[in-house]
Design a protein around this ligand. Structure first.
Ligand code: SF4
Length: 257
């Protein structure tokens, strides 16, 4: 098990060479001192969640939209070449910021001004896709990469470890609504071990949810960084190819990373 990552300390980070996006400049609109997330995934590169909430329970000193606009413009001006992507990610689930919609608008304005060829994106755990205001903000971005790692409620609870009030069926319905109006990329991280998410029945249930969601692409991958749960281990390339084959028959495009 490699090392758990430290939290992001600034409003922007990178550009990093992302496995799935290429050269991506990250935006962190979440707390600096703790991870804020509605999930507590067994594989989270930041370790266990400090603030495990479906909505921020206190202020956390979250940045304002003008702060983020200024930081993003400063960063873009400092780069020798623009990034391929400007991506909301960072210390947890970015859509939990109460002003996420305004953040998206500020990021788009900064991009239009200083890096017009860059695409805006989000890495989200999908728990807020059922919220109409969040969904409207997600639709203004160029790329939506949304997590769905489980097919059954039991695996969802054990693997994604949602906070109270978040359930797999609502997440699936939110993704269906989102994907019915704009292309959605689903990302799914597979692991072996007692707390992993592989197995024929689980895979079939997961595939059935993707058939409902109709994503434009599914990104299939496994552990590449540190993780907190000792009862998971990386999936093999064969495992990942088995997952991909399961999506071929219903005609859902997928890629193994
Ligand atoms: S959704 Fe992302 S940030 Fe949240 S616990 Fe899972 S991996 Fe970590």
């Amino acid at each position: 098990m490699s090392q758990i990552l430290g939290l992001k300390t600034g409003l922007t980070y990178g550009p990093v060479n992302s496995r799935r996006l290429g050269r991506s400049l990250g935006i962190n609109i979440l707390p600096r001192e703790t991870k804020l997330c509605s999930f507590d995934c067994v594989y989270c590169q930041y370790g266990w969640t400090g603030a495990h909430e479906a909505r921020p329970g206190r202020d956390y000193g979250l940045p304002s939209p003008p702060d983020v606009r200024a930081a993003l413009e400063d960063k873009l001006r400092s780069l020798a070449e623009p990034p391929a992507y400007i991506t909301f990610s960072g210390n947890g689930e970015p859509t939990l910021h109460p002003l996420f919609g305004q953040m998206v608008d500020e990021a788009i304005a900064a991009r239009d001004l200083l890096a017009p060829a860059a695409r805006t994106a989000v890495l989200s755990n999908s728990t807020t896709a059922g919220d109409q205001a969040v969904r409207a903000a997600l639709l203004r971005l160029d790329v939506r990469i949304m997590k769905l790692d489980a097919g059954t409620a039991a695996t969802f609870d054990r693997y994604s470890r949602p906070c109270p009030g978040v359930d797999l069926e609502s997440v699936t319905r939110g993704l269906e609504a989102l994907a019915s109006t704009a292309p959605v990329i689903v990302q799914a991280l597979f692991t072996n071990g007692k707390n992993g998410n592989l197995g024929a029945a689980e895979l079939e249930a997961w595939r059935a949810r993707l058939v409902r969601i109709k994503p434009e692409l599914v990104q299939i991958y496994t552990l590449a960084r540190g993780y907190p749960d000792k009862d998971i281990s990386p999936a093999s390339l064969d495992d990942l190819r088995t997952v991909k084959r399961a999506l071929d028959e219903p005609g859902i495009p997928s890629q193994v990373f």
